[in-house]
Design a protein around this ligand. Sequence first.
Ligand code: DP6
Length: 331
Amino acid sequence: MNEIHSAGYRAHTNIALIKYWGKRNKELFLPVTSSLSLTLDAFYTDTHVEFDTSLTGDVFYLGGELQNEANTAKVSRFLDLFRETAGKPNLYAKVTSVNHVPTAAGLASSASAFAALAGACNLALDLQLDAQTLSTYARQGSGSASRSLLGGFVEWHKGEGDESASSYAEAFDDADWDLAMVFVIINRNAKKIDSRLGMEHTNQTSPFYALWPQEVEKDLAMIKPAIKAHDLDTVGQIAEHNAMKMHAMTIAAKPSFTYWEPASIEAMTIVRELREQGIPAYITMDAGPNVKVLCRASQAETIKAAFAPRFGADQVVIAKPGPAAHPLEKE
Ligand code: DP6
């Protein structure tokens, strides 16, 4: 008789206001700096995992499609963490994952994916790891996934030395105030340099990287009281400056690279025009051309309308603060 242990979990994506950009330990995904993010409601991943004693290997479906060996191997390495903890090294699983993204926007995120998978494994194997410990597992799938287990504003502590357990994410503020993030989706034509490669190349070759850890430390110290005070302007200014410093480092890498496209700069110009009209709106960007705008939820529609003529209304998505990762109801 085969034995089955299954569970489903949902995790929302997160966008960092103070970025994680560089690892001090690649194997354990230990970051150079702490970082701070906002979990968002609009984009999420639902994952079901079924550990089954009759399986002879792992199987991975994403969006209904059976995944190739390389993608399955990534999931398998991650499942190994949970199998080891459970003391069941040969218990294979079928993983079924669906990314919920409103448009075909290239927003599918490794953050929500590994957070959902971590939550599902913890539950299916009845490991009862608390959110903090679980975040150290999610981190080892993708650094930013550590933050997607929690809702609202989340801080990921860089931790000490090579101690995996010391580098975890923690809820910082529930973000239950007039806050939103507007996504301006800019389709990419340029060849993708993913965040893993981009941060390593920056770390190794950008002369400005030496300044990054101290800048992040200052930004974190300033943004935390501003978040607690619900001071959107200060939060936005610090976040925008932090993102610009990250992108400036990539331009100064050798060889130089940038995630910006001409349309990204157009979108940033619109953000500055909104500010000139007295509407608080602040830019952040990650390892891609999309521009994300931190703003008041009550003004998000006005802001969306400012981008729609140039980018198309369906390419502008409003996201509100999102919840912590949670189990899916059993069908
Ligand atoms: C720019 O978490 O995707 O979004 O740990 O190598 O999987 P890996 O990288 P990832 O990097 C995210 C980079 C970022 C900033 C951030 O989310 O903090």
